[in-house]
Design a protein around this ligand. Structure first.
Ligand code: NDP
Length: 507
């Protein structure tokens, strides 16, 4: 026993035997007084915590962020305040729709979540590997996610529900085009970019504010799987991207990304051709050239997956002075939803879990008690503020700039500019190579062919509206009548929907 550790129960009591349960006689039933067995089974029964409803499958690593470009005139964020400044970071990459055991090679956006442990508290950036999103109003989010998950009756993924919703949601066509390009199946987490997708607001010491979008460009180069490689990979190694990240860091490689930002002044934003709060649009590089800000480097694997990756909790509402949210409706709803999800999944004290703790700016709040308060709960110090005992003060200098708001309350549509087809069309025509276009059309046809014909028609009309050649090629790949697709594409939204309603096209 000299150099060995003593096996104990969770309460530190020595365990006499861990191979044989206590029974009444050699062949008799088990005994209630086998506390070790009861404790062991009881804990095992509760090992799983609720899975994230989205982004369930993921991998993470520790690292740092270093400032390489001076942006201090745009933001007073301390961690961005001077070239050379380094901040500890934890990153988590994920797929979105699949369950915790699903394949890393699935066609899906990839989450790109970062936690910066700044000296002004934790700053979280919860981005994706795509610069846009499927919808721009959060009321549609639960419905959208349901359609990407399992059918309520069959419990199988279902092409009808997947494409029915998207084809009834024309603003999705930009993101659908990116998702069904080979960027929808990145080769690894290291070979993809990360984008804030949302517009954020930066503000400086003078109270001036600016609109910002983040682009984390992979230094490993973009590499994707084509659909045949992705299908093979999903079967052969469903954890390939998780394994790749871990092994690369174990080998001593330090995957990195260069952060570039696009910045608009309020005046520029006012006269901009796109709604800066519409997450289905990008800011064209030619109009808003990206500028380099820093480098994200990952150099340390988690020691324990559950502790550090599964329990990592990010929220776009975790902002530091100098950075705040914009009026992007999707972003505003995520500020609620992420925190709410973590309270459900990890409990109200999830900020005490080491990976989530603000380790470079210790908590000094007046929140107390609740499930799993695992520290000293601030001992006997006051649990209210203001108080005349503990000398804590608030800091008005960290307040964000005030905003003038006008307008009538109501369920408003985002309708400026009312064209969801220009940017996906530009992507197809100007950015993609002929090989990219061929793969895009093949990837779409491979999936959309499983939906009912009326849904195929409705969706292909959206591709046609983005670009005639795009719609024509998808129609041909699906064996649809191109003339009919063209006719649908020329209709109003209402007519297109009724021309493809239930019962049409033999459904
Ligand atoms: P640019 O030609 O200046 O930029 C196009 C960008 O598209 C590239 O810089 C690259 O962004 C990205 N890209 C390259 N190949 C692909 C591909 N196969 N699939 C998806 N994206 C690709 O033109 P614009 O800025 O005017 O944008 C044109 C279109 O490009 C947009 O409508 C949008 O669909 C897409 N795009 C634009 C981005 C932006 O922020 N402006 C970002 C990403 C895509 P990156 O270097 O980030 O990989």
């Amino acid at each position: 026993m000299a150099n060995k550790k003593r096996y104990t129960t969770a309460f530190g009591i020595p365990v006499d035997n861990d191979q044989n349960s206590k029974s009444a006689g050699k062949r008799g039933p088990l005994l209630m007084q086998d506390v070790h067995l009861l404790e062991k089974l009881g804990h095992f029964d509760r090992e799983r915590i609720p899975e994230r409803v989205v982004h369930a499958k993921g991998a993470g690593a520790h690292g740092y962020f270093e400032v390489t470009g001076d942006v201090s005139k745009y933001t007073k964020a301390d961690f961005l305040s001077k070239v050379g400044k380094q901040t500890e970071v934890f990153a988590r990459f994920s797929t979105v729709g699949g369950e915790k055991g699903s394949a890393d090679a699935a066609r899906d956006p990839r989450g790109f979540a970062l936690k910066f442990y700044t000296e002004e508290g934790n700053y979280d950036m919860t981005g994706n590997n795509t610069p846009v999103f499927f919808i721009r109003d959060p009321l549609k989010f639960p419905d959208f996610i349901h359609t990407q998950k399992r059918h309520p009756a069959t419990n199988c993924k279902d092409a009808d529900m997947f494409w029915d919703f998207l084809s009834l949601t024309p603003e999705s066509v930009h993101q659908v085009t990116i998702l069904f390009s080979d960027r929808g199946t990145p080769a690894t987490f290291r070979n993809m970019n990360g984008y804030s997708s949302h517009t954020f607001v930066w503000y400086n010491d003078k109270g001036e504010h600016f609109y910002v979008q983040y682009h984390f460009k992979t230094d490993q180069g973009i590499k994707n799987l084509d659909r045949h490689q992705a299908t093979k990979m999903a079967g052969e190694d469903p954890d390939h991207a998780t394994r790749d990240l871990y092994q690369a860091i174990e080998r001593g490689e330090q995957p990195s990304w260069t952060l570039e930002v696009q910045i608009l002044s309020p005046e520029q934003a006012e006269n901009f051709g796109w709604d800066i709060y519409d997450i289905t649009k990008v800011w064209p590089h030619s109009e808003v050239p990206p500028m380099e800000v820093g480098k994200l480097v990952l150099n340390k694997n988690p020691e324990n997956y559950f502790a550090e990756v599964e329990q990592a909790a990010f929220s776009p509402g975790n902002l530091v002075p100098g950075i705040t949210i914009s009026n992007d409706k999707m972003l505003q709803s995520r500020v609620f939803s992420y925190h709410d999800t973590h309270i459900h999944r990890l409990g109200p004290n999830y900020h005490l879990i080491p990976v989530n703790r603000p380790k470079n700016s210790p908590e000094n709040s007046y929140q107390r008690d609740a499930f799993m308060r695992t520290d000293g709960n601030f001992g006997g110090t006051p649990n209210y503020w203001p108080n005349s005992f503990d000398d804590t003060e608030t800091d008005p200098s960290t307040a964000e700039p005030v905003q003038d708001l006008v307008g009538q309350t109501g369920r408003h549509t985002i309708d400026f500019p009312n064209d969801d087809f220009v940017q996906p069309g530009n992507l197809y025509r100007k950015v993609m190579s002929e090989q990219d276009r061929e793969n895009l059309v093949g990837n779409i046809a491979d999936h959309l062919s499983h939906a009912q014909k009326r849904i195929q028609m409705r969706q292909t009309a959206l591709f046609y509206k983005a670009d005639q050649d795009y719609g024509t090629r998808v129609a041909k790949a699906l064996g649809l009548d191109v003339g009919e697709v063209e006719k649908l594409a020329g209709m109003s939204e209402e007519d297109r929907v009724s021309a493809t309603a239930k019962g049409t096209y033999g459904s």
